[in-house]
Design a protein around this ligand. Sequence first.
Ligand code: PEP
Length: 256
Amino acid sequence: MTNRLRKPYIAGNWKMNLDRSKCLALVKVIKGRLRDGNDREVGVFVPSLYLADVSAVAQGSPLGIGSQNMWFEDSGAFTGELAARMLREVGADRVLVGHSERRQLFQEPDSWMSKKLRNSLDHDLLPIYCIGETLDERKANRTDRTIKRQLESGFETLRAEETHRITIAYEPIWAIGTGETATAEQVAAVHKMIRRWLVQRFGEPAANMVRILYGGSVKPDNAKQLMAIDEVDGLLVGGASLQAETFLPIIEFDAR
Ligand code: PEP
């Protein structure tokens, strides 16, 4: 059994899936099943176009509503982008930063990450900072180096007193959407390494405020086992968050 220092956090990333009516219906079901939010935090990261409607439905419940991406300037000539303050305006209270699909498909460089994290915090949009290695990096024993590089670049401007507002998601890229989950040993080893890095950077009390989630082919049948790993504070769920039948059992994992 885990001895939790931090409130568990279950997050669903809907990516570019679900049309408006399906988003609204799913939020309604999740809202109906959430209790007071005292023993776990739940958030969904929805297509930005539907943020206003989805957050209106979620109103009055502890369900967090987030964007899957943001730009780091407040306004200007950035065609197609959305500022943190705009996302706040339509009801988002959180944001994903550095998801591997953004890094890989849209070539988002490390150098944007600290600016995005800085701007999201400045606008009270709570970030989940996604990091993780490719299969080639793991095979070449470069997992630690990759993770540390992503931590260094993301946390460049962050201060110890801000760590309680930050969540990290460790998502090995080879496990995302592949049905392949990292083993408990692999997850624990990387999460421990991240925590050690945070302690060195911020000191122990501040480092202990940061939640570290695992993401990569989380399903109802492996969620409890993943949450039983001491170092895992929560889960970032892609495919299994798209349907109530698979997402609710993950949200409702037995914390005992
Ligand atoms: C993700 O996109 O962050 C993710 C973990 O996806 P999946 O659960 O489908 O692997």
